[in-house]
Design a protein around this ligand. Sequence first.
Ligand SMILES: Nc1ncnc2c1ncn2[C@@H]1O[C@H](COP(=O)(O)OP(=O)(O)OP(=O)(O)O)[C@@H](O)[C@H]1O
Length: 685
Amino acid sequence: MSDSFHEEKQTLEQKLRQIHSYGEVLEEMPRYRGDDFNEQVLEDSRERQRQIIKKATQEPYFGRLDFKEYSQTEPIPLYIGKAGVHEEKTGEVLVVDWRAPVSSLFYAFSGSEEDVYYVAPEGMIDGTIELKRNIMIREQELQRVVDSYKQGESTSSGGDEFLLYKLGEQKDNRLQDIVSTIQGEQNEIIRHPQNKAVIIQGVAGSGKTTVALHRLAYLLYEYREQMQAENMIIFAPNAMFLDYISQVLPELGVGHIQQTTFNEWALEKLNDPAIQLANQTNKLQNRFELDQPSVDHATQYKGSVEFQTDVEQELRHLEDSSFPTEDFEAWEGAVISNETLVTWRTIDFQDSPFRVKHERIKARMKRWIEIEVKQLFLDKKEQEELRKHAMANLRKFLARIKKRTAFQLYNHILKSKKMPLQDNLVEPEDLAPLLHIHHKWIGLEKDQRFDHVVIDEAQDFSPYQIAVLQEQTRGQSFTILGDLSQGIHSVQGIDQWSSFEHLFGERKTAYFEMNKSYRSTYEIIECANHILKQFPQRRVLAEPVFRSGEPVSIHHVAQQNMVQEVQNWITSMREKGFQTIAVIGRTHDHCSGLYEDLIGVNKELTFIQAEDDTYKGGTSILPVYLSKGLEFDAVLLLQVDEQSYQHIPEHVKLLYVGATRALHRLDMFYSKQITPLLKDYSVSQ
Ligand SMILES: Nc1ncnc2c1ncn2[C@@H]1O[C@H](COP(=O)(O)OP(=O)(O)OP(=O)(O)O)[C@@H](O)[C@H]1O
């Protein structure tokens, strides 16, 4: 047993004893159930501590940092964990929260800096680091101690050894937290201030999704007075992906953040049974059939800022034509001119939505009638008669204002542009304009605004969608992440991030690039980069973390042997002990046929389809376009033939997505001619 292991074992035993006895004190305290608000707040805080202690007694911390402040003579060893624990009575800090300012040093320190500092609430604190140590604890047992930096020793690995060890682990069916190995560049993004739109372009496997989830946990910690989990939302591409990432936030002690898809959220907001979304499953399948995808100009236009401007203009016309164009006559000689009414509407209440304008104009007209009636010095009865008469005229006048739903208005706009909906069904690209019209016409409750919005796979979002979300979010607080090289839904998405930057403005945007890929082995990234180089436009290649694995293999398999060969491959991957195994085909129909052929001998196989909302892990078969965002220990890519993956940008992106799903092992089969995208790549027969 090394000295450091021995030392940490003793520290762990002592800390566990302290945590345990603090936990006992908390458990013994009577629970407060009364009405006193202050007591309730204290009880909530104690309950949170009880939950933290429960977790901390298993794996209290993962790192140690010996930091010597310049104002002190001795370094203080700080133990960093998923949640901070301190003794209430003595105030002794047993574990420092990973989100605390000082913990930033643990992630940012590379081993070469002499002076370091962090910004605490009381100001800048500077000093030196004497030790940075990774500590792995499982169920109260110390498993591993790795010093990534020790002052005066030149063998420091800067954390790589521990990172590689973590990356080499097998994955189950859920994305996991990375608190113990957050890298410097990731730390910077996670801790970026809340009041800007953070846009992250990251290569496949660079940790974008993971970083965004950790950022949410950080924001809730750092801005706990201003942000609430209930007012944060994550937009992800589909329900299965949401299921796949569902473990990370609870593991970081964060709950109650809304998680949804844009379509689901928009339909709920619109809350109009007349608005029905066309079935997307067939559309998706057809779009990714083998033929070259056609450019859909209507979809692109509907997602653009130009369309947003056109809709606004149309809405102004519609509003003008919705109000009566005559004067209002309460009784003979008592008139509000139409000119006045137009001034109220277009100047006094110009920023209000149509429905609010309507209400405010009505209220002002009523007040005007009241004043006019009073000025006539009539007796009470006459006043009452006149008021009644005027109100009846007002009702008639206001009844002429046309009331229309967002959907009716949108249909009107589309017809005027000669692009009506088919069968009165809406497509995903219609939802942003519909919401926009809804906001302009009905309005938005102020308290419904988001404190922070995360958009994953944002390259598939349109500028119009982002603009609609912007209206709903306080202080431009966004985390927008994606990869242009994986933009396989380019009919609706963007091909450069500047499309979003323009919406927020340069000063309100922070742009980051993440080019290191943590997911896959060196060999897999080399192969994925080879595919990406076939892209006609220059794309940023992924930098592999140096984790070597088995070479990528590409085999010719005759069609008649395909089912048997796929089965053999699955068996051999299981024998090697891989937990998550994926056979990735090119189209839905191909995968469906193969699944039918295999399920007889392979009862554990899951066929992943567009409408699925859970990801079970184990062995899966799925079309490549549904694999985006997921990862598997071993991947077999099928049909890497010239027919299936042609030399066009859409197919380059699809094959790149497929190849980058693999963590440890990647194999490919083709049955006729190999795709030109892999032609020059060395092929093992
Ligand atoms: N600092 C890190 N330490 C350990 N593992 C990491 C780190 N960063 C990323 N990973 C791992 O890399 C894998 C990829 O992460 P993630 O899915 O968040 O990447 P991504 O950029 O969203 O990928 P893609 O765009 O391909 O979907 C995950 O298994 C994640 O746990």
